[in-house]
Design a protein around this ligand. Sequence first.
Ligand SMILES: Cc1ncc(COP(=O)(O)O)c(C=O)c1O
Length: 389
Amino acid sequence: MIYLDNHATTRCDPRVVEAMVPWLSEHYGNPHSGHSLGIESHQAMENAVAQIARLLNAPVDSVVMTSGATESNNLAIRGMCMHPRQKRRHIITVSTEHPAVLDVFADLERNGFRVTHVPVQKTGSPSAGIVNLQRLEDAIDDDTALVSVMWANNEIGAIAPMKEIAGLCHERGALLHSDATQAVGRISVDLLDVDIDLLSATAHKLYGPKGTGLLIVGNSNRRVRLNPQIVGGGQQRGIRSGTMNPAGIIGMATAMQLCSDGMRDHNQRVAQLRDQIWNTLNANIDGLILNGPDFDQERRLPGNLNLALPATEGQAWMSAVPEIAFSSGSACSAAHSAPSHVLTALGIDESRARRSARFGVGRFNHSEDVHAACEMLIQGHSRLLALAN
Ligand SMILES: Cc1ncc(COP(=O)(O)O)c(C=O)c1O
């Protein structure tokens, strides 16, 4: 199997597994217990949380550990809107967000909040898929409580200009949440540089374990009050109850450190491999179309490729080449057979959306396997064309 689906999840790095294992088997104390086994778990976990805070340039007491980005997004958005002191009733998001944001907004809309979905720039533009800043600015009013904009898109790799967005929100007294699931570990996320009030991330997209994520709540400029969504033992200052997961948290900190240490080289390498896939497929399949922004590193994640075939459905291509893991849409919404809402939000018609495929190049890919994958993809595509004719 050649794995080219690193936006769906990443392989847990063996160095991360190595760092985690002792905290599962040997040092298994409940980090909230008062005896020595508990205290050592607690200490190791606190060190890991401090490391995570340092890597994001966030205050250490702003870090809330969760089970993943879905929970973090729910806690951030619902938690803020449902806080008893929250008087504003308007919330804004973007049409290309992940369902873990869009579905929370839909639920809040059913509960009386006014919701605005801001459009993105349309296909054909070098910035296709990036939020339309003018439309965002126009949408924010004095009743806007929260704006939620993903830092990087999981299907087309579009990177949002978060600094400008933060300025627009704070000018009107609205808070900013960012689902940074695809950005943390891949591009610089520095919360001293970019003033974000709530930020979600997950370990399994950055070569860490599944089932561990984080939410940054507030920063030195602003305090953010959340209504807890999971109540119980009062852990994590009462914001998120439940026994914490030392192994997962240590794994996430280790994974984030590895990403940070090697980011520049990694990004250069995966961008080259992504370009290799695009150039090889483009030279061998007539009529290929790129979906999303151009390959400028400010606008698109370096390992992301999303393309449309001229006449064949992405799903059929996947079935024709089972040796390669890639995606015909977002893996997170694979349960739905509808064309990707991200692609249609760019103005791409349903037929082209169904002919689309997403590749995500990652740390464990090499030029040789990318070369082999391209050969198989081209042959698979030719077989499908021959069958159709
Ligand atoms: C942008 C984005 N947000 C949220 C999620 C959900 O993350 P998790 O699997 O940690 O709940 C994903 C994962 O697929 C994602 O890509």
